[in-house]
Design a protein around this ligand. Structure first.
Ligand code: SF4
Length: 324
């Protein structure tokens, strides 16, 4: 355990639903149906109360995640409220973008400018194999968002050997065509299925080497975003390429400033650690702001120095229930 008072933890990822309209290989087990009952999921009102407490404790950056956040009703109104909450300085959205096309204009009108989009393949058949979805919907969603003014889009790709590794360059070409940053992410043990193993693990060092064989990569000096990605400028392509090496980068967690709020009201100090603090007793049946704050402070205190992914970590909940 580290002294978290020395860490500037100011970034809260808010999962507003554990549901997803897709079924990514690395995220959700086959046949999974154990969604939380509706009443267990925090209402938007409750989430905003938690955000107000977080702001009082120094949080300034917020990201709306799921599951897939755009499947929840009235998500645009929620994002508008979040953006308008005093003390909130930055709001981003993490989405699979399959529903983005229809919502892009309203989200932009609500004030959203930042979105991270999961895109694991450009080839329709490979995309379908990895996520179960249709890549054209994602592409249309990205283009609609850019047209609407959601201009700060980052692409996130999880590479798996023997599954979508050949999509490395098609993904980079797609990012370069639209001048968007792209990040390659190592598979993490975040699902119940036996997804991560020696045969399909694709280290980001290999991705970086393959890219560097064909184009110049220069370390970025400026900080891009608030996450643990290491960025390089690819001047010949005009884009930044990021690498998120949760498994192989031994300093991955050194600069972590984030915590998660799960859709069912638990503060999770670290993605790769089972520790959670349940806020529901402070929210129901009566809202007790001071109690929320006490529990939040307790969660901050319990934030580990780093994840446990390298210690035979076994996930206790599916990724969609934790918040991506
Ligand atoms: S694994 Fe945990 S400590 Fe490491 S960067 Fe992610 S949330 Fe932070």
């Amino acid at each position: 355990m580290i002294d978290n008072s020395q860490r500037n933890i100011d970034y809260l990822r808010i999962s507003i639903t554990d549901r997803c309209n897709e079924r990514c290989l690395y995220c959700m087990p086959d046949g999974f149906h154990a969604w939380k009952e509706r009443e267990e999921i925090l209402s938007y009102e409750e989430i905003i109360e938690v955000v107000r407490v977080a702001v009082r404790l120094g949080f300034r950056k917020f990201r709306v995640t799921g599951g897939e956040p755009l499947v929840r009703r009235d998500v645009v109104e929620f994002i508008a409220r979040l953006i308008g909450t005093p003390g909130v300085e930055h709001v981003g959205l993490s989405t699979n973008a399959t529903r983005l096309r229809g919502l892009a204009t309203d989200l932009a009108r609500a004030g959203l400018r930042h979105a991270n989009v999961s895109l694991d393949a450009i080839d329709p058949e490979i995309y379908r194999r990895v996520t179960g979805g249709r890549v054209q919907e994602v592409i249309d969603g990205i283009d609609a968002a850019l047209r609407a003014g959601i201009s700060r889009i980052k692409l996130n790709a999880v590479l798996m050997r023997g599954v979508n590794e050949e999509q490395l360059w098609p993904l980079i070409d797609f990012a370069a065509e639209r001048q968007l940053p792209i990040r390659f992410i190592e598979l993490m043990p975040v699902t119940f299925t036996e997804v991560l193993n020696d045969t399909n693990f694709f280290p980001i060092a290999e991705a970086k080497r393959l890219i560097a064989e064909r184009t110049l990569l220069i370390p970025e000096t400026a900080q891009l975003g608030f996450g643990p990605a290491t960025y390089y400028r690819a001047p010949e392509l005009g884009i930044s390429v990021g690498f998120i090496g949760a498994m192989t980068n031994l300093h991955f967690c050194d600069t972590c400033t984030k915590m998660r709020l799960t859709a069912d009201g638990k503060i999770r100090p670290c993605l790769g650690n089972h520790e959670e603090v349940d806020l529901q007793p402070a929210l129901r049946p009566h809202l007790n702001v001071r109690f929320i704050e006490e529990l939040f402070v307790e969660a901050l205190r319990r934030k580990p120095a780093e994840h446990s992914f390298r210690d035979q970590y076994q996930p206790g909940r599916v990724m969609t229930a934790i918040g991506g």
